[in-house]
Design a protein around this ligand. Structure first.
Ligand code: ZN
Length: 171
């Protein structure tokens, strides 16, 4: 009898102590700002972001800061480029022949294209500058080199299913 009672107490304790750790599926609302406080992205008014913790689904700096947090917790996380999207590398800014964009109407700075690299990987590039004959393109992640501020609220937490663990992402 006593053992049953203790087991039940332990179960309750475990349930309450449930916090973010590897192999858990986390749902959270977030607002991402740059260091000047400009909003870059937010889940406000949308479904929360759901990810598999410990699988590298989200940037390292944010994932690390979420360890040990529970449903209802809110936090602000500052992520330096090295723990985010890395530094912007100047080599990824290149001039290419304008002919590469033949067929694109009204090519202008700020446009984003999906291109196939030599290794077959697809990559996003953004147009920096449109010249008479060349176009300057940037293959860096749009958030590379930026210090990011996340306001996060944890809304749900559960164990991942076996399929999710196999796939390395939340379903
Ligand atoms: Zn899957």
């Amino acid at each position: 009898m006593i053992i049953c009672y203790i087991n039940r107490l332990l179960e309750n304790f475990m349930a309450k102590a449930e916090v973010i750790q590897n192999n858990q599926v986390v749902s959270m609302h977030y607002t991402l700002k740059d260091i000047d406080g400009n909003v870059i992205d937010t889940s406000d008014g949308q479904e929360p972001l759901t990810y598999l913790h410990g699988a590298g689904n989200i940037i390292n700096g944010l994932e690390t800061a979420l360890v040990g947090k529970a449903v209802g917790d809110t936090l602000t996380v500052t992520v330096e480029p090295k723990d985010g999207y890395g530094d912007a590398s100047p080599e990824l800014v290149q001039k290419v022949d304008k002919k590469m964009f033949e067929g694109v109407e009204e090519l202008e700075a700020g446009m984003v294209f999906q291109v196939q690299g030599d290794d077959g990987q697809s990559q996003r590039i953004s147009v920096k500058e449109v010249g008479a004959e060349d176009v300057t393109v940037d293959g860096n992640h749009p958030l590379a080199g930026m210090t990011l501020k996340f306001d996060v609220g944890i809304v749900a937490l559960r164990e991942a299913s076996e399929t999710e663990l196999e796939h390395g992402h939340a379903h």
